[in-house]
Ligand binder design. Structure first.
Ligand code: MD3
Ligand code: FE
Length: 206
């Protein structure tokens, strides 16, 4: 089903369900070259979410700040190449939500174990804020936090399930959001884990 959370934010329920096994295979393959790791925040804290990237650019965080890098700082090598079928999924989801010609340069893969969470934040490390972000959820359900344009706006809780895709663009692009502490439970595909893939255009406009 298709649900509008706010202007510019479209939930495509189960959109990626037909390819959830394929997505998990891609994740496993990516992690063989670019392993999941817990990044350090600029403030010196270890993130509870483990991350890796696929695509020309990858999102990284360390003592110096947040940025996109063509090289994996762990290995010094480029991030694994984005498979065309993976990019096509994001392009199709964006088009379905009303954003044609979306061409992702980066895909951040987040891995949540029980107890992991992502605090309320904005995604503003991309130079191109005209393009949407496409996110795909896999495995254990999350309680997604959907805030407002200000950090202090009380967030709504939205359940995100395996195969759900959300497209965030236009007026929703800078909305504060996060993920509530993952509850211990099990999913046939991923065990006790949840994965989230976020596809982004970082540098250029079309
Ligand atoms: C709304 N990831 O990686 S996906 C992130 O489930 C991130 O791992 C979460 O927030 C996760 O930055 C949430 C949903 C999402 C992603 C990007 C957004 C929502 C967004 C950007 C702008 C507004
Ligand atoms: Fe985010």
């Amino acid at each position: 089903e298709r649900l509008s959370l706010d202007p510019g934010a479209v939930l495509l329920g189960g959109f990626a369900l037909p390819v959830d096994r394929y997505l998990l295979e891609v994740i496993t393959h990516v992690a063989e070259t670019a392993p999941f790791r817990h990044l350090e925040t600029p403030g010196g804290r270890r993130m509870s979410v483990a991350m890796t990237n696929v695509g020309r650019l990858g999102w990284v965080s360390d003592r110096h700040g947040y940025r996109y890098s063509p090289l994996d700082p762990l290995t010094g090598r480029p991030w694994p190449t984005m498979p065309p079928d993976l990019a096509a999924l994001a392009t199709n989801a964006a088009a379905t939500a009303g954003f044609p010609n979306f061409a992702p340069e980066a895909c951040l893969i987040n891995r949540y174990a029980s107890g992991a969470k992502l605090s309320l934040h904005q995604d503003r490390d991309e130079r191109n804020l005209d393009q949407p972000i496409v996110s795909v959820s896999l495995g254990v359900d999350a309680r997604f936090l959907w805030g407002g344009q200000s950090r202090t706006d009380r967030p709504r809780r939205v359940a995100l399930h395996d195969g759900d895709v959300v497209v965030w663009g236009g007026p929703a692009r800078l909305t504060y959001h996060g993920v509530d502490t993952l509850i211990e439970s099990s999913h046939p595909l991923t065990g006790t884990l949840r994965y989230n893939l976020t596809f982004r255009t970082v540098t250029w406009a079309r």
